[in-house]
Design a protein around this ligand. Structure first.
Ligand SMILES: [Zn+2]
Length: 490
C-alpha cells in the first residue's frame, strides 16, 4: 500500500475536501477519482476500476495498493503512466524503457547471449576494444540478467550506467560475433548474439563484423547465423558403438501432431479442434527445422489421418529420430486454466510394468539397415533408458517456451503418456495451451502464437543439440553423412 498524499505530490493530484466520511476525492484538471474506504471499485474519470485490494483510511491518511498508479492514476494523467511491479519502476511520460531479459549460455566452444526485448526496439552492436556494447534506441533499460557466468570468452555482462546499453566484457580469446533478430510474442523481439573464439584456435570462425547494426524486428534477419553446429566431424578411427550408447549428435527430429482423423482431440468453445492446431504447428515446425537447421524431420502424420499412439512412437523409431516431440492442446473444466505444459515420462507409472515385462516383451520396431547394429529392446523399456535425457530435453523446451508464451504454473511435469513409452529417443509431450480457455483458443489458432511456440521449440533443439555435441566423444553411426567443408551438419 502507498499513501495517497505521496502519490498526490508525485503525480500532480489535488486532494479535495471530503464532506463525507469514508470517501476521498482526487482531482487532476477536470478528471476526478473517487475512493471509498474498504471498497475495491474506484471511480476514475467516470469509469469503474477494480483494485486488487480496497483503499484503507487510517488516522486521516488514505492508503491504496501500488497498482492504483497503473490502473487509476494513468487514466487521469495527460502523459502515459506505467507501473512495472517486477522491476519496481514507474514510467511517467513518453519514455521508452524496454524490458530486457538477458540470458547467457555457453555450449561447446561457442557462447550465446540472448536478449528478449519488450517491446521490439532497434539496436546497434559495436565492438569497443575489449567490450561489445549493445545500445538500444531507448531512454533507459529495464534490465534483468539471468544465468550470467564468466567463461573463456566473456568476463562479465552488465548494464552501462547512464546509457540505454548493455556491455559484454570480452577476454583475449574472443574472435568474432554474429547477431540475429527474431520477432517474439507480445510485440517483443529476441536478439541472439553468438560469440566465437579467435580464428587461430578454431578452424571455422566467421570474419569479425564490427559494428553490426541491429536489423530490428524482421524474420529475414540472417536466421542461418544461429544454426552453426557445434558438432565435430566423424572420426573414422572410432569404433562403431551399438545403438544402446547414448547418441551424441542430433540429426533427425520426430514431430508428432497429436490426434487426427476420427480422433479430434479436444474442442475449443469456438469450435477449434486440437487435431488441426497440432498439425498446423507440426508443419510450421518442420519447415523451420528444415530451412534453418538443416536437420531431417520425421512427421508421424502429414494429414488428417488416424494414427495409434504406439504407431507414432514406431514411426519415430523406424526413421531413427534423435528427439521426439508430441504436440497437443490441453482442456480443463476450469475455463480460466491457461498456459503451456511440458511432460516427460513418469518412471513411477511405467517402471514396474517395464520390469515385469522383462526382455520377453514386444520389440521396438526399429528397422535395421546395412551394417547397423540392431537395437533389441522391449517396447516398455524403450523410453526408460532415455529418462534422464528426456527430463533434460523437457526442461530445455519448458525454459525456451517460458520466454515466449504463457506457461501454466506447472510448466514441467512427469506423466504416463502412452505415446512416450515406446519412443526410443529422448521424448516429450507439449501441451501448448488450454484450448478450453477462449483467450487461449484464439491464441492457439493464431499465426503469431504458433510462430512463438515454433521459435521456442527451434531454440530448444539448437540448445539441446549444442549441449549434447559439446559433451564427451561424438559417436558417428556408420551411415552418418560426414559434415561438408563448412562444418555445418547439413
Ligand atoms: Zn491431446
Amino acid at each position: 500500500m502507498v499513501a495517497v498524499s505521496q502519490l498526490a505530490a508525485s503525480f500532480d493530484l489535488t486532494i479535495a475536501d471530503t464532506p463525507q466520511p469514508g470517501r476521498l476525492t482526487l482531482m487532476r484538471g477536470d478528471r476526478i477519482i473517487v475512493l471509498t474506504a474498504n471498497e475495491g471499485l474506484v471511480s476514475v474519470a467516470g469509469q469503474l476500476v477494480a483494485l486488487p485490494s480496497p483503499p484503507l483510511e487510517r488516522d486521516g491518511e488514505w492508503y491504496v495498493p501500488i497498482d492504483f498508479i497503473g490502473s487509476a492514476v494513468a487514466l487521469v494523467h495527460d502523459e502515459p503512466v506505467e507501473l512495472r511491479r517486477r522491476s519496481g519502476l514507474v514510467l511517467l511520460g513518453a519514455v521508452r524503457v524496454p524490458q530486457i531479459v538477458a540470458r547467457y549460455q555457453r555450449s561447446g566452444r561457442q557462447s550465446r547471449l540472448r536478449l528478449m526485448v519488450t517491446p521490439a526496439t532497434e539496436y546497434v552492436i559495436e565492438q569497443d576494444a575489449n567490450r561489445l556494447v549493445i545500445t538500444l534506441d531507448a531512454d533507459a533499460l529495464d534490465l534483468e540478467l539471468r544465468d550470467v557466468r564468466p567463461d573463456p570468452l566473456v568476463s562479465g555482462i552488465q548494464g552501462v550506467d547512464g546509457s540505454p546499453a548493455l556491455a559484454i566484457d570480452l577476454r583475449e580469446n574472443f574472435g568474432s560475433f554474429a547477431a540475429t533478430t527474431e520477432p517474439a510474442l507480445g510485440g517483443a523481439v529476441e536478439i541472439v548474439i553468438d560469440l566465437q573464439p579467435r580464428p587461430a584456435e578454431v578452424t571455422r570462425a566467421g570474419p569479425p563484423r564490427t559494428p553490426s547494426p541491429g536489423s530490428g524486428p524482421g524474420p529475414n534477419a540472417t536466421p542461418g547465423a544461429v544454426a552453426v553446429a557445434g558438432e565435430t566431424g566423424a572420426d573414422a578411427g572410432l569404433p562403431v558403438l551399438s545403438e544402446l550408447a547414448p547418441r551424441r549428435a542430433i540429426r533427425a527430429i520426430a514431430i508428432d501432431a497429436g490426434h487426427g482423423g476420427d480422433d479430434i482431440g479436444t474442442r475449443g468453445p469456438e469450435g477449434s479442434l486440437e487435431k488441426d492446431v497440432t498439425l498446423a504447428v507440426a508443419q510450421r515446425l518442420r519447415n523451420r527445422i528444415e530451412s534453418e537447421l538443416g536437420l531431417r524431420v520425421v512427421l508421424t502424420r502429414t494429414g488428417d489421418s488416424t494414427v495409434s499412439l504406439d504407431e507414432r512412437a514406431a514411426i519415430a523409431n523406424n526413421d531413427r529420430a534423435d528427439l521426439f516431440i508430441s504436440l497437443h492442446a490441453n482442456a480443463s473444466v476450469r475455463e480460466t486454466a491457461t498456459g503451456a505444459e511440458v511432460f516427460y515420462l513418469s518412471l513411477a507409472e511405467y517402471g514396474d510394468e517395464a520390469r515385469d515385462a522383462g526382455f520377453t516383451g514386444q520389440l521396438v520396431p526399429t528397422v535395421g539397415g546395412g551394417t547397423r547394429v540392431l537395437d533389441i529392446v522391449p517396447w516398455e523399456m524403450a523410453q526408460l533408458r532415455h529418462a534422464d535425457q528426456s527430463a533434460r530435453w523437457a526442461e530445455t523446451v519448458a525454459d525456451e517456451l517460458s520466454l515466449r508464451v504463457p506457461m501454466s504454473p506447472r510448466g514441467l511435469q512427469q506423466a504416463p503418456f502412452r505415446v512416450l513409452v515406446g519412443a526410443n529417443m529422448p521424448a516429450v509431450v507439449l501441451e501448448m495451451g488450454f484450448i478450453s480457455n477462449p483467450d487461449q483458443e484464439a491464441q492457439l489458432t493464431s499465426t503469431t502464437f504458433q510462430s512463438s511456440i515454433v521459435s521456442g521449440l527451434l531454440r530448444s533443439i539448437i540448445r539441446y543439440r549444442d549441449e549434447i555435441a559439446s559433451e564427451g566423444t561424438p559417436v558417428a553411426p556408420r551411415d552418418a553423412v560426414p559434415p561438408d567443408a563448412t562444418g555445418r551438419s547439413r
